[in-house]
Design a binder for this molecule. Structure first.
Ligand SMILES: [Zn+2]
Length: 302
């Protein structure tokens, strides 16, 4: 066959594979998967667990994060095999924490892992080689061959990744959650993987280097993209209402902590006195002290 003919066959095969990938229903993959667009799927075992994005293109698959546990990573690997014979080419980590990154080793190599500058250093510092020592047998089995895999590509500020017919815009979220946070925006599909800056129905663990001002700036920047679908780092896919709710929460928190500071209360007293009954049903109430501290820093360091 002439080279041009061979090229055409290759293109037709790629297009057929892409169509096959986009026509498979989420229920064929299992109860933990949801289809949110043509060839775009999300996996999450439980509402509070981290989400994995699976994006099928004509030239391979891009994953966004690798699962809450290594059991989830294996399940995603299986689902991708059901969706397409094409390889997983890239893994984009939306943060550095293990519930998004431990499964990198399942896919890389050969997949190339990407996150913002600082990710690899932070992951190496926090690495615990004995993390599976007391894990359940099914976790230990899924962790077979584990090694710490840090991003091979670190970008600064933003980058565009083009794979097949799709474009992925990687946006750095500064001081929003971990040492390196990346949102992934698919402008043509209007789907946003929003990292862990705003979690629906859940308090976040706010580290000392995170500021509420940066967190809200990131939230507003993401909302301004005007996505149709927002996939949070944890929790169910939704809309920009996830950002609205998060902004309302932090605004109220800073307002109430500010009022107590003006009444002369110490941080300890505020921790005991502050009430946020509107959010009593949110998960992870034990993270409230880190939220109060962040609000206290915001109010007292202005
Ligand atoms: Zn995290």
């Amino acid at each position: 066959m002439a080279p041009r003919g061979r090229m055409r066959v290759k293109l037709v095969v790629a297009a057929c594979l892409a169509m096959l990938g986009s026509s498979i229903a989420a229920q064929d993959l299992g109860p933990r998967f949801r289809r949110i667009g043509d060839g775009i799927y999300v996996q999450s075992a439980r509402e509070v667990n981290s989400t994995v994005g699976i994006v099928v293109t004509t030239e391979g698959v891009v994953l966004i994060d690798t699962g809450q546990t290594v059991v989830d990573s294996r399940e995603v690997q299986q689902a991708v095999r059901t969706l397409t014979p094409l390889p997983i080419r890239y893994v984009i980590n939306t943060e550095v924490h293990p519930d998004h990154t431990t499964g990198n080793f399942v896919f890389s190599p050969p997949a190339v892992v990407i996150n913002h500058a600082g990710a690899a250093d932070a992951m190496r510092k926090a690495d615990n080689p004995n993390r599976f020592a007391s894990a359940a047998p099914e976790i230990r089995a899924a962790a077979e061959g584990y090694q710490l895999v840090t991003p091979q590509i670190e970008y600064r500020d933003r980058m565009t990744l083009r794979v097949g017919e799709r474009a992925f815009e990687l946006l750095h979220l500064k001081n929003a959650h971990s040492e390196a946070d990346t949102a992934v925006w698919l402008p043509a599909e209007r789907v946003l993987f929003a990292a862990s800056v705003a979690l629906p129905g859940s308090l976040n663990n706010i580290r000392p280097f995170v500021t509420i001002a940066d967190l809200l700036a990131a939230t507003r920047m993401l909302r301004a993209l005007n996505p149709d679908v927002v996939v949070p780092g944890h929790g169910s896919p939704g809309t920009t209402r996830i950002f609205d709710e998060s902004e309302r929460y932090y605004t109220l928190l800073v307002e109430r902590v500010g009022a107590l500071v003006r009444q002369g209360r110490t941080l300890d007293q505020i921790g005991r006195e502050l009430r946020m009954p509107e959010y009593a049903a949110w998960a992870y109430q034990e993270r409230m002290p880190t939220n109060v501290e962040a609000a206290y820093r915001a109010v007292t360091q202005q």
